[in-house]
Design a protein around this ligand. Structure first.
Ligand code: NAP
Length: 295
């Protein structure tokens, strides 16, 4: 078993770190807000006082941070991971960030001869808690193979996507689909309700027809139950929507559907739903239609 430093104990990091502990690894954690570590089994986790202390002697350094700004602070800052990590460590970024920020990290680690993988995750709070994430990985393939010992305890499937940065790119490609599904679910349920259909009947059809999706199943049931408690905060969905937009723009690819969805998300954040689940964008579509989706 390995010595692992885990940094960033938010919604996703808590579950990942707990599964690394359950997998028998020796885990040292650091989080900006010290209180977050209290949710982990204290007898089996070391809580470090600084980033440098957390990464000292670690075979693997893993982190799940909010966004590019957090990575800039925690990874690229003067006292950050890139400056502190042992040269023999393997560093694995599980955050959803821009391809540019991922490239900046890769360059910083490469300059010190440290092996680095970009490994963002699909799945949400539940999959993080039960070790069932779907992880997309970019970087050197031998480093990926060596990292399976810490990636397998937190994942259902691992997908090697190719060179450094390809994990970050795949994550944005996938989140384009997630955003489109949430927008489609909100528009379709609002239309169905306005047309007088029963939402449970509608979701029953979505569950068996050839466009079925776990997102329609899970989020659909939660919307009908008026449950918008956060697994994936809407404010993070706004970050991701903008990352997809900027990524597509940088490649000259038109994404009109994503642009429309980002507009919906912005209105939902403006309405005060930023800390609720990403599905709260549906509230704006329902309100536009003049319907209440709670059954
Ligand atoms: P979260 O609950 O908001 O946690 C974010 C983490 O980043 C916290 O540990 C936070 O520390 C830390 N952080 C933020 N800004 C920081 C800064 N400037 N300096 C130091 N630490 C900072 O987010 P999450 O839901 O766990 O998501 C983590 C990453 O996974 C994000 O990139 C997200 O897009 C991605 N992701 C999330 C989901 C999901 O369903 N939630 C699914 C797939 C991917 P504090 O505790 O001190 O605030």
């Amino acid at each position: 078993m390995s010595a692992v430093a885990f940094i960033g104990l938010g919604t996703m990091g808590q579950g990942m770190a707990a599964n690394l502990v359950a997998g028998g690894h020796d885990v040292t954690v650091w989080n900006r807000s010290a209180v977050a570590a209290e949710a982990l089994p204290s007898e089996r986790v070391v809580v470090a006082a600084s980033i440098a202390e957390a990464v000292a002697g670690a075979e693997f350094v893993m982190y799940a941070l909010a966004d590019d700004a957090a990575v800039n602070d925690v990874v690229l800052g003067a006292q950050g991971i890139a400056a502190s990590v042992d040269v023999t460590s393997i560093v694995i970024d599980l955050s959803t960030i821009s391809p540019a920020a991922s490239a900046a990290e890769a360059a910083a680690f490469s300059a010190r001869g440290v092996r680095f993988l970009d490994a963002p995750v699909f799945g949400s709070k539940g999959e993080a808690a039960n070790g069932g994430l779907w992880i997309v990985v970019g970087g050197d393939e031998a480093t990926f193979e060596s990292s399976k010992v810490v990636l397998e305890p937190i994942s259902a499937t691992l997908h090697y996507m190719g060179p450094s940065g390809n994990g970050a790119k795949m994550k944005l490609v996938g989140n384009l689909v997630v955003a489109a599904q949430l927008e489609a679910l909100g528009e379709s349920l609002s239309l169905a309700k306005k047309a007088g259909l029963n939402l449970h009947d509608v979701l029953g059809v979505f569950a068996v027809t050839d466009f079925r999706s776990p997102i329609f199943d899970g989020v659909g049931a939660a919307v009908a139950a008026n449950d918008y408690s956060p697994s994936f905060a809407l404010k993070l969905m706004l970050k991701d929507g903008n990352l997809v937009k900027d990524f597509a723009e940088s490649l000259g690819v038109a994404v009109p559907g994503t642009i429309a969805t980002v507009g919906t998300i912005e209105r939902a954040v403006d309405a005060g739903y930023g800390e609720e689940n990403a599905s709260a964008l549906i509230k704006v579509l329902a309100s536009d239609a003049g319907v209440d989706l709670a059954e």
